[in-house]
Design a protein around this ligand. Sequence first.
Ligand SMILES: Nc1nc2c([nH]c(=O)n2[C@H]2C[C@H](O)[C@@H](COP(=O)(O)OP(=O)(O)OP(=O)(O)O)O2)c(=O)[nH]1
Ligand SMILES: [Mg+2]
Length: 320
Amino acid sequence: MSGADPEPIHVAVGVIRQPDGRVLIARRAEGSHQGGRWEYPGGKVEAGETIRDALTRELHEELGIRPLELRPLIRVPWRYADKSVLLDTWEVRRFAGTPSGREGQPLRWVPPPELARYRFPAANGPITTAAALPETYLITPDVPGGERHSAFVERLRRHMAGGAELVQLRLPGASATAWRRIAADAAQVAREQGARLLLNGDVALARELGTGVHLPAAMVRALGERPLAASSLVGASCHDARELDQAVALGADFAVLGPVRPTASHPDATPLGDAQFQALIADVPIPVYALGGLGPEDLPQLQGYRAQGIAAIRGLWREA
Ligand SMILES: Nc1nc2c([nH]c(=O)n2[C@H]2C[C@H](O)[C@@H](COP(=O)(O)OP(=O)(O)OP(=O)(O)O)O2)c(=O)[nH]1
Ligand SMILES: [Mg+2]
């Protein structure tokens, strides 16, 4: 039909990591499409190639390395004025060889928080977000009855010091006063520990404290537009395809989809199951964490489905 989009160009893209987390970027040749901008290395999938074949070939041609461990990261469809692309992005966690710019392109290893400073093609935003988000998203349990607030915040500090980089403060049982106090302390601890904190459902307090915000599904629907600037994280809770669409339309940085498996905190909710989770996120162009009955031991499986990682209360919060 006239006016219909031509098939997008399928592009295999690699987010190549060092064990210390740094990510490899390359500068596109002047004169090429999106020339002069930085990119994640990769190139067009050729007829008859699988995406893994294509990425393996491209990384050999452009960098002289061989990927040894790959996992699907995110698929970003994008329409430029002159062409449409589908950036089929994979994370390369291990590779053989030392990358060099075999086509003369400059290369840089960049710590994830610094990626946002580079000028990438317009399609790359979600890839950079995915590259900079960790694979676990810790959601706090309520403060146990009888526990002092300071003890709870101390426990939060230990989790952050122990590697929890992304944390949602969610205290459904707290009074308004306790919520404000604990949120302020948690924001301070997050700053000290270099962790990113998101407050559940409280945009005003997130603005005041300079934290991110995590939006329950009903708030995503009600808001219609992103409530915080690009420098603060906006997460969104989703349960189905429609809510995922709403989260993307809102401009959320990432979504959480669940429950994937049965969970003690929501015994009445019907779990999606692994197959449905995988199908639902296949073409969601923002990172998605899997929630519900999951722990670190489930990470490889869920990441194989293209999940950013797992979100959990019980699965990630240690009482000790
Ligand atoms: N490799 C790569 N391509 C990207 C990124 N972002 C983005 O919009 N693109 C676009 C630019 C191009 O239109 C297309 C990929 O093309 P490419 O130039 O890498 O393709 P290729 O390696 O096969 O090169 P060539 O043989 O066509 O010269 O996707 C990115 O981060 N990495
Ligand atoms: Mg290329």
